[in-house]
Design a protein around this ligand. Sequence first.
Ligand code: PRX
Length: 637
Amino acid sequence: MNLSITNFDSYQEKYQQSIKNPDQFWEVIASQFKWQKKWDKVCSWDFNQVDIKWFEGAKLNITENCLDRHLPQKANDIAIIWEPSEPGQPFIQLTYQQLYEQVCQTCSMLKELGIEKGDRVCLYMPMVPELLIAVLACARIGAVHTVVFGGFSANALAERIDDAGCKLLITTDGAKRGHKIIPFKQIVDEALALSKHIEKTLVYRHLGEKCAMQQGRDIWWHELSQNQPSEFIAVAMDAEDPLFILYTSGSTGKPKGVVHTCAGYMVWTAFTFQNVFQYKEGEVFWCSADIGWITGHSYLTYGPLLSGATTLMFEGIPTYPDASRFWQVIERHRVNIFYTAPTAIRSLMAHGTTLPEQFEMESLSVLGTVGEPINEEAWQWYFNYIGKRRCPIVDTWWQTETGGIMIAGLAGVTPQKPTFASYPLPGVQPILVNENGKEITEPSTNGYLCIKYPWPGMLRTTYGDHERCIQTYFSTFPGLYFTGDGAFRDELGMYRINGRVDDVINVSGHRFGTAEIENAINLHPNAIESAVVGYPHDIKGEGIYAYVIFEQNEINEEQLIHEIKDLVIKQIGKIAQPDYIQLVQGLPKTRSGKIMRRILRKIAAGQYDELGDTSTLLNPECIEFLKEGQKSLMTSS
Ligand code: PRX
């Protein structure tokens, strides 16, 4: 299957075709996949009700396209390279034939556990090959996978299990993350004490540590996998059957289960993977994201496997045992394409250039970034010291909701400009609008980034609450999908993404709703009200800053801050822990009682001269106290 556009003229031509006659464009692309039955209609859509269908009437199974289609020709080609957390440990390679067999065996295990088409299965696992295998096994049997990132707490896990109504949970005994041991099974046990749905858990022994097993509920993977057949017929799925649910944070309190469906997601991830990265047969592709996030779904798992690529899966973290680990892995596995987050680049950049210089990274030909805006300094460092000025950088803008890359360069094919995600991919029709929803057509302008036409990989609903999907994405600017991002478009039509314009904070490329963190803080009996904002952070992009109005009794303030942090860790996970908590007596409010977050963001960033007119506030006197508090927090840290 070759979906690639290989020169700029052809990109422009294909882009025009995809806009003028989308159905014809996608029909040609889609015809290269394996279908059990062809579609009746390429696309039908209604953005008001959010009723979107691609390849309606078709039958397929995405895993036949990830696995069966590559056999027997690629039977001995490496599908996955797994690099363990500990550098001295042996790595694992699975060929396409081996991966196929293991996925089929796992399907039989799922069947034995009573899993059928349409059931939801929760995966809460570290980055071990069995996670990827379980994802594919769910897809093959027609179950809907919902992967929960291993950094989420028991409470957050339970909330997601219940929202999705998962029947089965797959986990491991534990895992190492850097120097720490994460007791996955113990966290699962805590979550299951809070949740109602799970009937069985399947536990993969990874660490070999002792863990409690509940009779009748918990089953060892290695026991159930004995003597399972290495063939399993893929279940025929309708094009619009759900493939997975992935939870993501929005501006309101509860995370949303973004639903992606089988056919459109398949076509979109393969098409974007091959074009953006210009993948060539035999190359090793490394996406450093965890499968718990959308990037790990689309560009560690589905996109590469649909393309018959070799995908590298890394269990560890960039700074363990030291900050050269990424470069070691690139050298060890002769990685050709490396895709990571700006936050990782910034944190490694802080260790200087001597570490990457010690490794042979000549194999690299393309670099990519994702998840947050990349600043010029980090871009230049990545380009000069990792890519040695030879490797194009693709800055890829997209979202959990978009399923795959939307705006990005095609490596070495389209022009690049540091800090700009650049041009939309074929099929993507972005527009910038002002606050009234009016399209801004002038060059060199900022605006709210919206998309005006459906693309195959877009979300179809938010699980169990379609109205929420309509309200969140399609109501702010009727008739358009609103991304929640602000963007700048230059005179050449290139886009630079400025960041979120809603109440979402992007910490190290991970999204958190301010309301989600506030809800956790407000559970503390001494917290009366809180307001969480993002502030610029050198490494993480944005840090989390919480203002908390508290009940002034005997309480020790240091203790209170500590307890609030613990509460957030318990409710969401360590990843959402505020960097700063400022205890306050009041928050700036309008006369109608609305908290002025704009002012709070400026104070948290120390930008006191940019507060604007504060005289119309209900309580302007609180500003001075807030500034004083911020200053003393910064000096004491
Ligand atoms: O603000 C944008 C930012 O990440 C948000 C999407 O987050 P999530 O759904 O977690 O998906 C992250 C991985 C695809 C966007 O709304 N974002 C993502 N990529 C970029 C970006 N901001 C700037 N440049 C990017 N390349």
